[in-house]
Design a protein around this ligand. Structure first.
Ligand SMILES: Nc1ncnc2c1ncn2[C@@H]1O[C@H](COP(=O)(O)OP(=O)(O)OP(=O)(O)O)[C@@H](O)[C@H]1O
Ligand SMILES: [Mg+2]
Length: 327
């Protein structure tokens, strides 16, 4: 794999309203290399979307990046002006959002929306950009692209809209594609087709991808390295094979346990007891301790550091030489 393309260091994001501020992301670090696919996994509310939205500052208005650096090809994105970021958005870095309908504009035709980026970033003429857009629509598997070019988002099915989003994200040949649950809303067959499409684009263009999903099957199939998030923090980070063969964090083990096994015909899946706490009710110490079968006294009061061995990082006292004997 190539050089480091993006590095996020010590990212902290707060939600701020009139009387208080609530931490949502607390010290997230990760790197992604050229051509690498990085998975981000975790239950709903763990901070996957807020982390990825921070990269391009596409956060909800009440969210604020309070600390951290985001280096992309050597420059710190957190320091860039709105204008400078607009040049990167959709061009060097593009994003596919969780809800395709909210990011497509209902009043413009498909063709108009996709060509806009080309005209803005590359100054192509109407005719030139139309040609490129039709090629791209073909590439993402849209039948009759010449006709679709003149249609509006509501005239398309969910699967077709998601393909449009992908076409829009890829039209300027980005270095980094951030895909937030790109297939969750789609049925299984279309989901498989879209994932195949993303794989072939990665192979053809060496695009780096951040693939956000709560679906471990998608993570296993698509990614090289994985971040497991819980309560706005990274709790485990390693390559995908190690994650599935030797998960360390009790949370990761719980997630893997809830996967259906091919050889077992169980009525019910195992799930992790309890639920992700809301941001204002995060426990002291390790955020996972109330749900953790291995919780020790120290876990209730002290936040664990990230421990690292052989490129495998885990935020858990079970792996701290000073405390692991307490078990
Ligand atoms: N606009 C907002 N105002 C206040 N809190 C928010 C807002 N958006 C998200 N949050 C909170 O921030 C936390 C992280 O949310 P985020 O959307 O990043 O989760 P996620 O991991 O992407 O979940 P999902 O799998 O459901 O998409 C959650 O506790 C969520 O409730
Ligand atoms: Mg999300």
């Amino acid at each position: 794999m190539g050089d480091v393309l993006l590095e996020v260091k010590g990212l902290h994001v707060h939600f701020v309203n009139k009387n208080n501020r609530i931490p949502a992301i607390e010290g997230v670090d990760f790197k992604i290399r050229e051509g690498e696919t990085l998975g981000i996994v975790g239950e709903s509310g763990c901070g996957k979307s807020i982390t990825s939205m921070s990269i391009l500052k596409l956060l909800p208005p009440e969210a604020e990046i309070v600390d951290g650096d985001i280096y992309f090809k050597g420059s710190d994105l957190t320091e860039l002006s709105k204008r400078q970021l607009t040049k990167i958005r959709g061009n060097a870095i593009s994003m596919i959002f969780q809800e395709p309908m909210t990011s497509l504009n209902p009043v413009y035709t498909i063709g108009n929306q996709i060509s806009e980026a080309l005209r803005y970033h590359y100054g192509l003429s109407k005719k030139q950009s139309k040609k490129r857009v039709i090629e791209m629509l073909k590439l993402v598997g849209i039948p009759a692209p010449e006709k679709r070019f003149y249609e509006y988002p509501h005239e398309l099915s969910g699967g077709m809209r998601q393909r449009i989003m992908i076409a829009m994200a890829l039209i300027c040949n980005p270095d980094l594609l951030i895909a937030d649950e790109p297939t969750t809303a789609l049925d299984v067959t279309i989901q498989a087709q879209i994932l195949e499409l993303m794989k072939s684009l990665k192979n053809d263009f060496n695009t780096s991808i951040i693939m956000i999903s709560h679906d471990l099957g998608v993570i296993a199939e698509m990614t090289d390295n994985v971040l497991v998030m819980y309560g706005g923090m990274v709790v485990e980070n390693c390559d995908v094979k190690t994650l599935f063969e030797n998960p360390l964090h009790p949370y990761t083990k719980g997630l893997l346990n809830s996967l259906p096994k091919v050889d077992e015909r169980k009525e019910e899946l195992n799930t992790i007891d309890g639920a992700v706490p809301s941001l204002s009710k995060m426990p002291a110490g390790c955020k996972f301790w109330p749900r953790c079968p291995y919780a020790m006294e120290i876990c209730k009061t002290t936040r664990p550091d990230m421990f690292e061995k052989d490129n495998h990082k885990v935020r858990c006292f079970l792996y701290d030489d000073r405390t692991k004997g307490e078990m």
